[in-house]
Write a protein that binds this ligand. Structure first.
Ligand code: ZN
Length: 299
């Protein structure tokens, strides 16, 4: 059956037996039935779940404990309120990126410099070695095929959160088949293709920038600028296995959302900061600093 979250916009497809009244992404109780969507591209590939629910819980728990130092103490005892495996839709983008670049390349050289100084009341002339940089302009073209850029197609799972549980090992991709996802919650792409395409191009541009910076010749460079054109762009939908977990640590507060990469087990979740703990630590640091100051200044 087809469901839609009125809160985050996720477009879910679940089996009758998995019928849910709360959104697995945002926990909003505003999930309504919707007619099956047309004109949405069907997934081309899917990546299977490897981590079991028990393993996902354990990994999230370890992650939470490791990071609970600055968190309210209730966080250590957070319990898993809800755990759902979701096939999250993402765009798999690849393109040939052709970039024209220009930069100033610095070459270092040493020079012997003569200078005068005063020694024992007399003016003397001495020499020393100094390093100088000569700058020359460089222009060029860099072409590179960039495969496998993943951007979210889900309005329930923002791209920056998905990036935290990347990478996925895409060697495990299988051609999509209904049987692959039977019994799981799947989501249909709920973000527009053009919007995701822009996001993918931005990611490629950021990657190209790093690559260009890495292969600049010389001892240093500055004023690196480039413009990139994209050729042979390919964009297909794939389904990625993600465990979405709601961890309750305080009945008065919304649950913490943890994500576990269903393939690699990589965990991401925001842990709240206890400002009382931070304030106490700052106070303690000030006291120690003040104590040390008194100790040394009294000598
Ligand atoms: Zn939602």
């Amino acid at each position: 059956m087809n469901l839609s979250c009125q809160s985050c916009g996720a477009q879910l497809v679940v089996a009758e037996t998995l019928r849910t009244t709360t959104c697995p992404y945002c926990a909003a109780p505003s999930v309504v039935e919707r007619p099956p969507s047309r004109d949405r591209p069907p997934p081309t590939f899917a990546l299977g779940f490897v981590q079991t629910p028990a393993k996902a819980k354990e990994l999230a728990r370890q992650n939470l404990l490791r990071r609970s130092f600055w968190a309210p103490s209730s966080v250590r005892n957070a319990s898993v309120e809800e755990l759902r495996g979701i096939y999250v839709p993402a765009w798999l983008y690849s393109a040939l990126a052709e970039s024209d670049f220009s930069a100033s390349i610095g070459e270092n050289y040493t020079e012997t410099e003569t200078y005068t100084t005063t020694e024992n009341g007399r003016t003397v002339t001495k020499t020393r070695q100094v390093t100088k940089t000569e700058w020359r302009p460089l222009r060029g073209r860099h072409t590179e095929y960039v495969p496998d850029v993943i951007v979210t197609a889900s309005s329930g799972l923002p791209n920056d959160e998905l990036e935290h549980i990347e990478p996925f090992d895409l060697r495990g991709l299988r051609r999509y088949h209904d049987a692959l996802v039977a019994g799981w919650i799947t989501e249909e792409p709920s973000l527009a293709q053009e919007q995701c395409m822009e996001q993918a191009r931005d990611e490629v541009t950021a990657y190209v920038k790093k690559r260009l910076a890495a292969f600049m010749p010389g001892d240093s460079h500055r004023e690196l600028s480039f413009s990139t054109r994209f050729h042979n762009e390919a964009l297909v939908v794939c389904l990625l296995p993600v465990w979405v977990m709601a961890l309750r640590h305080d009945l008065q507060k919304p649950p913490l959302r943890f994500l576990v990469n269903g393939q690699t087990g990589k965990v991401y979740g925001r842990v709240p900061v206890s400002w009382v703990k931070v304030a106490l630590a700052v106070l303690l640091a000030l006291l120690v600093a003040g104590g040390l100051y008194l100790l040394f200044s009294s000598k």
